[in-house]
Each structure stands twice: as C-alpha cells, then as structure tokens.
Design a protein. Structure first.
Length: 151
C-alpha cells in the first residue's frame, strides 16, 4: 500500500463510519503554513455539522526507510496546526523507537481499516477514540454499557 492509498483508506473509513453523524470528510486541504514556512496540505480534513474541524495526517510505512526521520517533524508540525488533529499510522516499517514515540503521543493513533469495517473494531479503535472525544460522540466510547446506578 502506498501513502496515498493509505490516506484514501482512512478518509473513506471516516466518511463511512461518521458520515451519518454529519461529518464531511475531504482530502488534501491546504491549511496555513508548516513550522518551516511551507504551505501545508492536510491529508484528511473533517468538518462536523456544528462547524468543528479535525485534521488527520496519514503515515504508512511497510518497509524500513526515511519515515523514522519524518515522524518527529510530523508530530511537531501537527501541533502547530490552528485546529485539533492527529497522525493516523500503520505499517510494519517503523523502527521500535518511532513506534514507541507514536504510541506515547496523545495525538497519534494506530489505524488500519478494512474496506468493510464500520463498527470501530480493534484496528481503528485508537483513531475512533480521538475523533469521538474531539466531536463529543461519547456513545462511541461507551458502547452498550449501562450507566452506574447510585446505591
């Protein structure tokens, strides 16, 4: 899978999963400048009916390469966005150190949806949690659990 295919997969998943909640999902939207002054193009841009926005930068790496050098920059650049966002990542090509960094980052989420996945199972859980918390869709986090009754 290429990085472009991965970004399309994540965008398609978000649209299928949350479109019924009024989420509109766009690809490659220009938003401001990066931390080094270049024009920024966000991989996936989500806007809810309420007007809240959320950006997703997508990183897929299936073989060892230069992505390890790009992840610290990508995290720092994401944090400079004028809105909330996260990095969605997948693939087997990240080093142990970069995986540790991504897993520890509150604004990074492992996500590998399958084309038929709509229920937010394990491979999309981390991205679902960040998106749900941002938009206030608490039922995504709670699921079918009943509230605790007072004793």
């Amino acid at each position: 899978m290429t990085g472009l295919q991965y970004a399309n997969l994540v965008a398609s998943y978000l649209s299928r999963r949350y479109g019924s909640r009024g989420l509109k999902v766009y690809r490659e939207v220009r938003i401001g400048k990066s931390i080094i002054g270049k024009d920024r193009c966000v991989d996936v841009f989500c806007v809810s009916d309420s007007g809240k926005a959320f950006a997703v930068e997508c990183k897929f790496q299936d073989s060892q390469g230069t992505t390890d050098e790009k992840i610290p920059y990508a995290l720092e650049d994401l944090r400079a966005l004028p809105m909330t966002g996260c990095i969605a990542y997948a693939g087997q090509g990240f080093s142990d150190g970069i995986l540790h960094m991504l897993r520890a980052a509150p604004d990074a989420a492992y996500c590998l949806p399958t084309p038929d996945l709509l229920d937010g199972a394990g491979e999309t859980r981390e991205l679902d949690q960040i998106v749900a918390a941002h938009f206030g869709w608490w039922d995504v986090l709670i699921g079918n659990r009943p509230p605790v009754s007072p004793v």
